[in-house]
Design a protein around this ligand. Structure first.
Ligand SMILES: Nc1ncnc2c1ncn2[C@@H]1O[C@H](COP(=O)(O)OP(=O)(O)O)[C@@H](O)[C@H]1O
Ligand SMILES: [Mg+2]
Length: 233
């Protein structure tokens, strides 16, 4: 790809941590991701270039889910079940690192970078991975909390109409089940998030464990569980 540069280019992570307006940006990312997933699920999509399940297992499933399972025996069976689902899916092209630090905006147009773990897989991974970033930032940024949690729902509203390869409600339920696993992984997995304080980490850990034991099937219900206050920063 070409190097994207100019006065109108910014990294999404920088805008999020600055507390800049985010809602439209989440919608833009959702639309791009929905189009990628729809294209990758098409019957004529050439899957041969993305037969990367072993790499995806090594740099996503193992460090995020299986490593975290070793540290949390009470939810280990659940994390291993989620891992097995990701390992065996071949539904569509998954980017694998839909993180705000890998998304540039030129004006209101998102540009996805860094597809080094792109693989055929379960699209719920990309959705949950991106939403988890918004959720973790909502824990950290009290002033932006409501807006960031709102952007989780807006993301799904824009993404869901692209889902023609399966029942969107089934994909939403898998996403809502995976989000708490990724929340826990960013606290106690191999790649912990760097900006949360210890009380914030404790809050995320407790919420994630509770949601892994009692999963929500909809993102709306998930967000309402996460909207409860009591976060000590
Ligand atoms: N094509 C590009 N145009 C402009 N900036 C880029 C481009 N590719 C990467 N960058 C910048 O470099 C950073 C790191 O690149 P990335 O591909 O994400 O590598 P890494 O594997 O180190 O995360 C990005 O966050 C972005 O700021
Ligand atoms: Mg990167």
């Amino acid at each position: 790809m070409s190097f994207v540069t100019g006065a109108d280019v910014r990294l999404w992570k920088t805008s999020l941590l600055n507390g800049d307006h985010v809602r439209d940006e989440a919608a833009g990312v959702a639309d791009v991701l929905g189009r990628v997933h729809a294209a990758g699920a098409a019957t004529d999509f050439d899957r041969s270039a993305f037969d990367n399940s072993a790499d995806f297992h090594a740099i996503r499933v193992e460090p995020y889910l299986l490593f975290t399972a070793q540290r949390h025996p009470s939810v280990a069976p659940r994390l291993m079940q989620l891992a097995a689902g990701l390992d065996t899916s071949w539904t569509t092209l998954v980017h694998g690192d839909v993180s705000p630090k890998n998304i540039l905006f030129r004006g209101d147009q998102p540009i996805l970078l860094d597809a080094e773990c792109a693989s055929m897989g379960d699209p719920c991974f990309d959705v949950a991975f991106c939403l988890n970033h918004l959720i973790l930032k909502s824990v950290h940024l009290a002033k932006s909390r409501a807006r960031l949690l709102g952007s989780v729902l807006e993301f799904w509203q824009v993404y869901a109409p692209h889902v023609r390869w399966e029942d969107p409600a089934a994909l939403e339920a898998r996403t809502a089940a995976l989000v708490p696993a990724l929340m826990l992984a960013r606290i106690d997995g191999k790649s912990p998030v760097e900006y949360l304080s210890e009380p914030e980490r404790a809050w995320v850990r407790a919420k994630a464990l509770s949601l892994l034991e009692h999963p929500e099937a909809s993102l709306r219900d998930l967000v309402s569980k996460l909207s409860a206050n009591g976060i000590k920063s």
